[in-house]
Design a protein around this ligand. Structure first.
Ligand code: NAI
Length: 484
């Protein structure tokens, strides 16, 4: 028998306490060698004025125990509250979110009986950096940040996961036909890393058609790796296509800490009614047991769960006259699993875990020398709402601001070139991106940009931000405008 491990648990909000009690009861009945240390998170903590939703001393508990089984929580609506899930994932460096989605036909309705895919979602970067600004009366901005190490970590994890779990194919999904630099980096790193795993097929899909294929041909996928936002969306689609959001578990894996949960939320509409399906959290707990190397308990619980499903004992969300024999509540469903501990499913394949399998680990390749960066120009963003927003007026006035080093090249509005020679049909907001590029033969410094900004301010313009236009080792590292 394995040595006893202490893990952190949080019962969360809504259906959280019911599904956590059911899950812990099953873990205990199976004899999983675990001790539990409970922390408070979620609504009650938010409402005590802690905007992160987690008490300060809980961080030490998470760090000490390293493994966290978490029930869903309710994020209060309105400003000021930060998503606890995002905070925990980012603070603890949980870079990989692993979400298996599998069909359990005919006992759980799904149109795709062979569906068995795993979504590996980047968990720390992308639009979830949560950096947003209202820049003009009309325009808000959110920053989408991707880093090379961030992309490399998740892509390597996906291939390592595929290798460790005997999966044959990894599909990368991005929108790099539009975001050539950001999503382009993710795709580029994917192509590089794929060459190190020749035994695994690697392909790429644009996220829009990829999502459509998940909805209509999920059986064609094996492992999917994607950016944070796309991964979030496609994993909910996949879970629903597989049968119910109530079934899916997920792991959030970092270098030292890992968190396990259901993919669904706190379901306030059915909270306290003994109606919730505890399978999502239970599947999260099974992933946790595998992570801890307690595969014999993972196997025992998963097989009892499969047997319960095929015996037709179902909670309301997966109940059907055709395939269910009995509709049960949360607690009775847990008891039915407990009764079947030690049994194997007859119609489903019994689950077998390799006791010697190691969880996937990721080692980043050492980076070469930093590339040489040079400033090729600057985009100055301006809030301007005069003269019926005539682009020729702002263009002519900005040309007066040219310095010996930097000259106005073009102006775009929401990414579309409007000056010089814009099209009269193009709609303009009060947010202007004014691109100044370096003059022939000059070398641009920060002082040159400051000189330009002073001229822009003196001309009476409200500049709201700048972005340097850089090259790395002489290669352009910024996008062109539409129409440039
Ligand atoms: P939800 O996932 O809680 O519920 C969506 C629908 O699925 C509801 O009709 C619900 O009754 C049903 N459902 C969910 N889990 C179920 C289960 N185990 N058994 C049977 N039916 C189930 O999503 P919703 O309503 O958008 O969010 C509710 C709250 O949960 C929000 O405050 C949200 O912020 C939070 N949330 C928390 C997450 C987490 O803690 N990891 C993840 C997603 C949402």
């Amino acid at each position: 028998m394995s040595e006893k491990r202490t893990i952190t648990v949080a019962k969360g909000d809504g259906i959280g306490p019911e599904i956590m009690d059911a899950t812990l009861k099953i873990l205990e009945a199976a004899g999983a060698p675990l001790n539990y240390e409970e922390i408070q998170i979620g609504e009650s903590v938010y409402l005590n004025g802690i905007s992160s939703g987690i008490e300060e001393n809980a961080w030490d508990v998470l760090r000490k125990n390293k493994v966290f089984l978490k029930a869903p929580i309710t994020t209060p609506q309105g400003g000021g509250f930060k998503s606890l899930n995002v905070t925990v994932r980012k603070s603890m460096g949980l870079f990989a979110n692993v979400r298996p989605c599998k069909a359990y036909t005919p006992y759980v309705h799904c149109n795709f009986p062979k569906m068995d895919l795993v979504i590996i979602r980047e968990n720390e970067e992308d639009l979830y950096a949560g950096i947003e600004h209202q820049q003009t009366d009309e325009v808000v901005q959110v920053l989408k940040l991707l880093s090379r190490p961030g992309c490399e970590k998740i892509v390597r994890y996906a291939f390592e996961y595929a290798r460790a779990n005997n999966r044959k194919k990894v599909t990368c999904m991005t929108k790099d036909n539009i975001m050539k630099h950001a999503d382009g980096l993710f795709h580029k790193v994917f192509k590089e890393v794929a060459t190190e795993y020749p035994e695994i097929e690697a392909d790429h899909m644009i996220i829009d058609i990829g999502s459509a294929k998940i909805a209509h041909h999920p059986e064609m996928f094996d492992v999917i790796v994607s950016l944070n936002l796309y991964g979030d969306i496609i994993s909910d689609i996949a879970a629903e296509v597989a049968g119910s959001v109530g079934l899916g578990g997920s792991s959030n894996v970092g270098e030292s800490v890992a968190m396990f949960e259901a993919i669904h939320g706190s379901a306030p509409d059915i909270a306290g009614k003994n109606m919730a399906n505890p399978s999502g959290l239970l599947n999260g707990a099974i992933m946790m047991l595998v992570h801890l190397g307690m595969t014999e308990y993972a196997e025992k619980i998963e097989n009892a769960w499969l047997k319960t499903l095929e015996d037709g004992i179902h909670t309301g969300d997966i109940f059907s006259e055709a395939h269910s024999s009995k509709k049960v509540g949360t607690a009775e469903f847990a008891d039915a699993i407990i009764e079947r501990l030690g049994q194997k499913p007859v119609k489903f394949d019994a689950k077998v875990y390799d006791p010697n399998a190691k969880p996937p680990t990721v080692e980043l390749k050492p980076r070469g020398a930093r590339r040489k960066k040079a400033i090729e120009g600057v985009d100055v963003f301006i809030d301007w709402d005069e003269d019926n927003r005539n682009p020729d007026t702002i263009g002519k006035r900005l040309e007066k601001c040219n310095t010996s080093k930097l000259a106005l090249k073009l102006i775009s509005n929401r990414g579309m070139k409007v000056y010089p020679q814009g099209m009269k049909e193009t709609f303009s907001t009060d947010h202007w991106r004014c691109r100044f590029t370096k003059t022939e033969g000059s070398e641009v410094t920060h002082a040159d940009i400051v000189e330009l900004l002073q001229a822009v301010a003196q001309e009476g313009f409200d500049y709201i931000k700048t972005e340097h236009l850089c090259s790395f080792d002489g290669e352009r590292a910024y996008s062109l405008s539409q129409g440039e």
